[in-house]
Design a protein around this ligand. Structure first.
Ligand SMILES: [Zn+2]
Length: 127
């Protein structure tokens, strides 16, 4: 018997970040459009985290790394909280896929200057 029967289901998911799932039609999302702004900064904070600022909308702490053979991501913004997709994560992907960002592979303990070929983000051919 719990004294707080409603609390359990409302707990946020804790623990490590989940593997990044790109939403359907992600290249059409507003986040993806915003991600490509030139007015941006993405500074490495730790091996797995970046501080990201897009335009003048505030700085967000974003986890973005390769872990367990998957790209894991997390962001402290509202967009990520509600949709698990946001312009900050999209921005890091945009930079990385163009060779403008170094992302750490936590398993291999080495930097990756481009997304590895085995890292697929589009679920083509599933229909
Ligand atoms: Zn975000």
């Amino acid at each position: 018997m719990s004294a707080f029967p409603d609390v359990v289901d409302k707990q946020p998911q804790l623990g490590g970040p989940d593997a990044l799932t790109f939403p359907a039609d992600w290249t059409l999302t507003t986040s993806w459009r915003r991600a490509q702004t030139r007015d941006s900064k993405a500074n490495p904070l730790t091996d797995a985290e970046f501080m990201v600022r897009l335009e003048d909308r505030g700085i967000h702490r974003v986890t973005f790394a390769v872990d367990g053979g998957e790209l894991v991501a997390d962001c402290d913004c509202q967009g990520w909280h509600f949709h698990e997709w946001c312009a900050h994560v999209a921005h890091l992907w945009w930079k990385w896929s163009r060779g403008r960002l170094v992302v750490h592979d936590l398993d291999a303990d080495r930097p990756r200057e481009m997304p590895p070929a085995w890292l697929t983000v589009d679920r083509e051919g599933e229909c």
